[in-house]
Design a protein around this ligand. Structure first.
Ligand code: NAP
Length: 243
C-alpha cells in the first residue's frame, strides 16, 4: 500500500484524460489519493473527474496545453499554490511521433521535445520546492523502452525519451538527499489511445501490447514501497514480444 501519510495528500498526474495517465489517476483515486489531473481535453477530463467522484474518490482537473511553454511555469505554479504540495507527481503526458529523422520537419521535432521533455522539466520544477520543504515526495516519469533503445522511424520520440531518462536519473541523484524519490518508468508498447493519434503511423498487433491498467498498477506498486526504498528504474515489457 502507499504509505499512509501519502493518502491524504494530492497527486499530480499529467496526461490524465486518457491512456496510461487516466488509468493511473483512477487507481490512485481508488486508493484514497486526491488527484489533480492535467491534459488539454476538457470533456475527457470532466469524465475522469466524474468517474472518480462517483466511485467515492476526489479529483480536480485543469485543462492545459503543456506545449504552451511561455505560460506553463506560471500555470503550474498556480496549481501547486491552489492544490499542492504534491506528495506524488506522475509526469506522464506525452505524444508519439513516427517519421524517419530525414523526413522530420524542425517544427515537429520541436513539438515532440517541448511536450515529452521540456514540459516534463517544467512540471518537475513546479513540484520540487514543496517536496523539498516537506523532505518527502515521489516523482515518476513515464518514459518508454524508447528511452533506452533506439527504434528506426521514431527518432524524435527516442530523442525526447532518452532525454527524459537522463533528466530523471540526474534528478534522482540530486533530490535523494532532500527525501525525494524518483522513478524512471520505461514500459514497452501499451495498448493506449496513443496508437490512434494522427502523429503515429504504425500497424503493430495491439492485442500483444500491455494494457493500461496493468501498466498503472505496476507503477503504483513501485510507489507503494516504504520511504526507505525506491525503484529508480522500472522496465515493464509485454511478455509476448520485444517492442
Ligand atoms: N502507448 C505506449 O505504447 C507507450 C509506451 C511507453 C511509454 N508511453 C508513454 O506514456 C505516456 C502516456 O502515453 P499514452 O500511451 O497513455 O498516450 P495517450 O493515450 O495518447 O495519452 C496521452 C495523454 O497526454 C495528454 N497530452 C497530449 N498532448 C498534450 C499536451 N500538449 N498538453 C497536455 N496534455 C497532453 C493527452 O491528453 P489531451 O489529448 O487531452 O491533451 C493524454 O491524456 C507518454 O509519455 C508516452 O510516451 C507510451
Amino acid at each position: 500500500m502507499i504509505e499512509n501519510s501519502s493518502l491524504a495528500r494530492p497527486a499530480l498526474v499529467t496526461g490524465a484524460s486518457r491512456g496510461i495517465g487516466r488509468a493511473v489517476a483512477m487507481q490512485l483515486a481508488a486508493l484514497g489519493v486526491p488527484v489533480v489531473a492535467i491534459a488539454r481535453d476538457k470533456a475527457q477530463l470532466a469524465e475522469v473527474v466524474t468517474e472518480i467522484e462517483q466511485s467515492g474518490g476526489k479529483a480536480v482537473a485543469y485543462a492545459i496545453d503543456l506545449t504552451d511553454l511561455a505560460t506553463l511555469p506560471e500555470r503550474l505554479d498556480e496549481i501547486v499554490e491552489a492544490r499542492g504540495p504534491f506528495q506524488i507527481t506522475i509526469v506522464n503526458a506525452g505524444m508519439g511521433y513516427t517519421a524517419d529523422i530525414a523526413d522530420t520537419p524542425l517544427q515537429d521535432w520541436q513539438t515532440v521535445l517541448d511536450l515529452n521533455l521540456t514540459a516534463a522539466f517544467a512540471c518537475i520544477k513546479a513540484v520540487l520546492p514543496g517536496m523539498r520543504e516537506r523532505r518527502s515526495g515521489q516523482i515518476a516519469t513515464v518514459i518508454s523502452i524508447a528511452g533506452k533503445q533506439a527504434f528506426p522511424g521514431w527518432g524524435a520520440y527516442c530523442a525526447s525519451k532518452f532525454g527524459l531518462l537522463g533528466l530523471s536519473k540526474a534528478l534522482a541523484q540530486e533530490e535523494s538527499k532532500h527525501g525525494i524519490r524518483v522513478t524512471a518508468f520505461c514500459p514497452g508498447a501499451v495498448n493506449s489511445t496513443l496508437w490512434d493519434t494522427p502523429t503515429v503511423q504504425a500497424d503493430f498487433d495491439r492485442t500483444q501490447m500491455l494494457d493500461v491498467e496493468t501498466v498503472a498498477s505496476a507503477l503504483i506498486q513501485t510507489l507503494s514501497l516504504p520511504p526507505n526504498a525506491v525503484v529508480d528504474e522500472l522496465v515493464l515489457m509485454p511478455s509476448g514480444g520485444t517492442f
